[in-house]
Design a protein around this ligand. Structure first.
Ligand code: SF4
Length: 549
């Protein structure tokens, strides 16, 4: 086994404090999350939910299960209504939370059959007050879930092969995959087999259910899963000798201290992806920093080690073999959201539909299942851009599908603004939020569609709205990224608003937006602000000039 020397700071001197790296013997619990994870594997909470909490009610749930372990089963307490964002930081968790839960359903690769979609939709209407948001991790997220209903929800999900296992928590979260895997005419190999194998072998596996923090994965031939910002990404590449396979990137992530993932310079054939993935997860488990939560993501280890050392440890300690060298995957000029009507490999069509910022409902999802089946389809995919794609549509069924779903807010021929505005959960349900986001996104899209209907943009301008300094809506990689905070308006009042980050992007434009300290906007003025920026950009930029410039 290779011995990995203690991490050194930029000065080169070994840091004197343990970072909580298990592989270096630093096993002592280092923060409260590490304590409760060490006391009892978080996955074990399921039995207590079924046997005790669902019967005895919300008040019977102890704090470490309620705000800790239940996340491993996709459950967070949601924000108590009526608490304004200015008080978020000053209240204790129990003062902020309601007796209802947000629940995330795992749908790896965003893949759902229409049968599964009907079950997901039925749970929404029956148990979640008709809520259902499409997250940018290809999950469906419910609100208003009562603890009493959780076992029945699990039963229904599992009856159609779905679950909430490790949908949240310090574990391998849902695996992103191309929404058009297996049907795209641009695809050389379909990564779905690797996603399925990882799910089958490792999700719920207690050897990797206690990681230092969350762990995000993307596996896709097409670079349509935000490949630069996952903890581990396998993205399609053609090897000159070995044919199609995957380029491996590690250590991407946003939030505070954003990092773009780095290439390890390897080539991974499809059938080796699960083994290599498990190796990367295991490095994170063993060498990840567990002392401080805000330094516990894999990106910090990758930044300190660098790609060369990471690859060496992966090969020598975890795989016991060298990986093939490989070329970099091609980089798209812009992220691909799949909204519109496109031909599949088999001549049928896939239809990408844009709700605003992922907001749908159980009733709408039932209508999607009906319309998809009427058009000959039994497969739907969620996208990492909060969109929805219906696969396998017969060509002569396209117009009816598009016409049926547009009045429900699912638009195939969508405006640039409907396509490029994303928003996180925000103050409506999130305990960490400072400002409202989803309704704002809805109003903003309507406003921009009207006021900028004359503007022919030569590239879309993405607007990502976050309710707090975290980055659930990926603000650092948007053209206009908006970080929720309380700001001072022109009359000196403290109101909801945003710190603006300008000029971030993915693909060829990959990089983080610039935060200009004075660049703040109130929620009420957001429409005016975006109109100004869009018109200035369109009138002043030169051909080929990027938004960031
Ligand atoms: Fe909540 Fe903040 Fe994430 Fe939005 S960005 S969902 S407000 S934690």
């Amino acid at each position: 086994m290779t011995t990995v020397a203690p991490r050194t700071g930029s000065s080169g001197r070994a840091r004197d404090r343990s970072e909580g790296q298990w592989a270096l013997g630093q096993r002592e619990p280092l923060n409260h999350n590490e304590v409760f994870k060490a006391e009892d594997d978080a996955l074990n909470v399921r039995r207590r939910v079924e046997e005790v909490y669902a019967k005895e009610g919300f008040a019977s749930i102890p704090g470490d299960d309620l705000r800790g372990r239940m996340r491993w089963w996709g459950l967070y307490t949601q924000r108590r209504p009526g608490i304004d964002g200015g008080r978020t930081a000053s209240l204790e968790p129990e003062e902020l939370e309601d007796e209802y839960f947000m629940m995330r359903v795992r749908s790896d690769g965003g893949a759902l059959t229409t049968e599964q979609l009907r079950v997901v939709a039925g749970i929404s209407t029956e148990f979640a007050r008709d809520t259902a948001d499409i997250s940018d991790r290809q999950n469906i997220q419910y609100h208003w879930i009562r603890i009493e209903d959780v076992p029945e929800i699990w039963r229904r999900l599992e009856s159609v092969g779905l679950s909430t296992t490790e949908a949240c928590g310090d574990c391998p979260r849902v695996v992103l995959g191309s929404p058009v895997a297996g049907v795209s005419t641009e695809e050389r190999i379909d990564g779905t087999a690797a996603i399925e194998e990882i799910k089958r072998r490792y999700i719920g596996d207690q050897s990797i259910s206690n990681l230092p923090r969350k762990f995000k994965t993307a596996i896709s031939w097409l670079p349509d899963t935000a490949p630069e910002i996952n903890d581990v990404t396998f993205v399609g590449v053609e090897h000159p000798e070995h044919g199609p396979g995957f380029d491996l990137l590690v250590g991407g992530g946003l939030s505070t201290n954003p990092h773009l993932a780095v290439r390890l310079g390897t080539f991974v054939p499809l059938e080796e992806v699960p083994e290599v993935w498990y190796g990367v997860v295991s490095i994170f488990r063993d060498y990840g920093y567990r002392r401080l939560r805000h330094r516990a993501r894999l990106k910090f280890l990758v930044k300190d080690w660098g790609a060369e050392k990471f690859r060496e440890v992966l090969e020598t300690e975890y795989l016991q073999r060298r990986l093939l060298d490989g070329p970099p995957a091609p980089v798209p000029s812009r992220p691909v959201d799949h909204v519109g009507v496109f031909e599949q490999q088999d001549g049928r069509r896939y239809v990408g539909l844009a709700p605003v910022a992922g907001r749908v409902s159980g009733s709408t999802l039932t209508a999607v299942a009906d319309a998809a089946e009427a058009a000959g389809s039994q497969r739907v995919r969620l996208t990492p851009y909060q969109k929805l794609v219906v696969l396998d549509v017969e060509p002569d069924g396209v117009e009816e599908l598009v016409g049926t779903l547009a009045p429900l807010g699912l638009v195939a021929r969508a405006s640039t603004w409907r396509r490029s505005v994303m928003a996180c959960t925000g103050i409506e349900y999130c305990k960490l939020a400072i400002v409202e986001t989803k309704q704002l996104a809805h109003d903003l899209v309507g406003d921009l569609e009207q006021r900028l209907s004359d503007l022919e943009l030569d590239r879309p301008i993405s607007v990502h709205i976050n309710g707090c300094p975290n980055s659930c809506a990926r603000i650092q990689v948007a053209d206009i990224g908006l970080k929720g905070q309380i700001v001072t308006d022109a009359d000196g009042n403290q109101v909801e608003g945003f710190q603006v980050h300008l000029g971030g992007g993915l693909g060829l434009d990959a990089g983080f937006g610039r935060k200009l300290r004075s660049h703040k906007v109130t929620s009420a003025e957001l429409g005016d602000y975006v109109v100004r920026v869009a018109r200035n950009y369109q009138s002043q930029h030169e051909e080929g000039e990027r938004f960031a410039e």
